[in-house]
Design a protein around this ligand. Structure first.
Ligand SMILES: NC(=O)c1ccc[n+]([C@@H]2O[C@H](COP(=O)([O-])OP(=O)(O)OC[C@H]3O[C@@H](n4cnc5c(N)ncnc54)[C@H](OP(=O)(O)O)[C@@H]3O)[C@@H](O)[C@H]2O)c1
Length: 429
């Protein structure tokens, strides 16, 4: 059978590993795909940079977009990154020309996934992005195919290894967020600009994709409520443990009637919950389905090898002629479902205030909660020396987010309350 001819755009961490898998497993992949898989052309910014691999037998494209028009390329692997710019141009042009696209680019799919899937369906090309969500974990295939018999009611996970690493280190060493982030940057675990990771944006990109596949809805990145982990202090991790919880940055999407809820924020999860045992830079995704009940997938969410592993799985599917729409159902049938605003979210909460320990403060706090019909489950206070600043921690019974916010605002205005409060949502899994 004819070889599947590939162009690889982007030869960074993932691009180089992808070349290595294709060359090192040439025979294995040919058997699995039923035909040879052959790299024809490559592209990156610098032609001369030593990447530790031999690219001399591949054609060099100065402009990646050339691959979209090349007659000798059947499939373009896009490993450049970015939601717009060259990655988008290349994907659009290649798909319109009937060439298949495999990408690891979550930002591209989170922002333009529905439109790209529509272009692909018109031209008959395939687009897959297994590597875009949770790196080496084959979660998109699992949701689209392995769990295809289920109505998915909720999908959630640890989708950013950098955040999970930072939170794990903070818990194990008692160090602050800033301290651990700095060290992670020095060790190369975190980007020089960590914004996308620690502010939850990267997790939200991945959640947007998971959510569209799980619920058959149009990708709605803008509808996601996003918070990061900068506000988490070591003392919150200590209190969490005292209360029987661990702290994780989760992306959570659920379907409630005609609405979906999509949110990314730090969560307190029961210490015994399987997701709490996902440590360090590992990722995990849990899908709740009506017949399967619950499935957890765990593994490496980033790094050249694991990500290339997912890229190659998509390439083999395409080589075999196996076609499934990017989001499980045709893009034209994806529903535009309203996202439930965070104010309507219902859940339990952990709230920490730093207060000057003077008489009457707890009574004032209790009054604010009563005023907004919010009910307290427990309260913890560390020290009772008069006039010292002490943390007061409350857990609140399930309530609507808007009511919790109003109560917390009122409490923040009490004279003895210094510093803005820290609020962490409690999840029961
Ligand atoms: N790294 C991971 O662990 C991981 C995990 C999951 C998904 N991803 C996704 O995979 C994609 C690639 O990530 P990466 O970590 O491999 O990135 P990277 O190491 O920064 O590599 C990016 C590559 O794109 C090339 N490039 C940049 N601008 C270009 C342009 N205008 N035209 C042609 N080539 C251009 C760069 O060329 P030069 O080398 O010449 O500068 C480089 O080879 C991203 O979408 C990322 O989100 C990465």
């Amino acid at each position: 059978m004819n070889a599947l001819r590939i162009g690889i755009a982007g030869l960074g961490t993932v691009g180089v590993s992808t070349v290595q898998v294709i060359e090192q497993h040439k025979e294995l992949l040919a058997k699995r795909a039923g035909r040879p898989i052959k790299i024809v052309a490559v592209s990156a910014r610098s032609r001369t940079l030593d990447r530790g691999i031999d690219i001399s037998s591949y054609r060099w494209c100065d402009d990646s977009a050339e691959m979209a028009d090349a007659d000798d390329i059947d499939l373009v692997i896009e490993l450049i990154g970015g939601s717009d710019g060259i990655a988008k141009v290349l994907a659009e042009k290649a798909l319109a020309a009937g060439k298949h696209i495999v990408t690891a680019n979550k930002a591209l799919i989170a922002h333009h996934g529905t439109a790209l899937a529509e272009i692909a369906e018109k031209s008959g090309a395939a687009i897959y992005c297994e590597a875009a969500v949770a790196g080496g974990i084959p979660i998109l295939k699992a949701l689209r195919e392995g769990l295809a018999g289920n109505q998915i009611s909720r999908v959630y996970g640890i989708l950013n290894g950098t955040c999970n690493y930072i939170l794990t280190e903070m818990r194990d060493t008692g160090r602050t967020f800033d301290d651990v982030l700095l060290e992670a940057q020095k060790l190369g675990y975190a980007e020089a600009d960590p914004t996308f990771d620690v502010d939850g944006i990267d997790t939200a990109h991945k959640l947007a994709i998971l959510s569209a596949i799980s619920f058959g809805t149009k990708v709605d990145f803008e509808g996601i409520y996003v918070e990061g982990i900068r506000e988490i202090a070591p003392i919150d991790i200590e209190f969490a443990e005292e209360l029987g919880f661990g702290i994780k940055l989760l992306g959570i999407a659920s379907k409630n009637g005609d609405e979906i809820e999509q949110r990314v924020h730090a969560c307190m999860v029961p210490i015994d919950a399987p997701i709490n045992h996902v440590e360090g830079s590992f990722n995990a995704v849990v899908a709740d389905g009506d017949f399967v009940v619950s499935v957890l997938h765990e593994g490496r969410g980033a790094g050249g090898g694991p990500t290339a592993s997912a890229v190659i799985a998509d390439v083999i599917d395409i080589a075999r002629g196996h076609r499934v729409p990017l989001f499980g159902i045709p893009a034209t049938e994806l529903e535009a479902v309203p996202t439930r605003g965070m104010n309507h979210h219902k859940g339990a909460y952990y709230v920490r205030f730093n207060v000057v320990d003077e008489s009457g403060v707890l009574a004032d706090i209790a009054r604010a909660l009563t005023d907004h019909k919010v009910s307290m489950e427990s309260v913890l206070q560390r020290s009772r020396d008069p006039n010292q600043i002490v943390p007061v921690v409350m857990t609140l019974h399930e309530t609507e987010e808007a009511a919790m916010r109003r109560a917390v605002d009122q409490i923040s205005k009490i004279g003895a309350v210094v510093e803005p409060p820290v609020v962490i949502r409690i999840e029961e899994f």
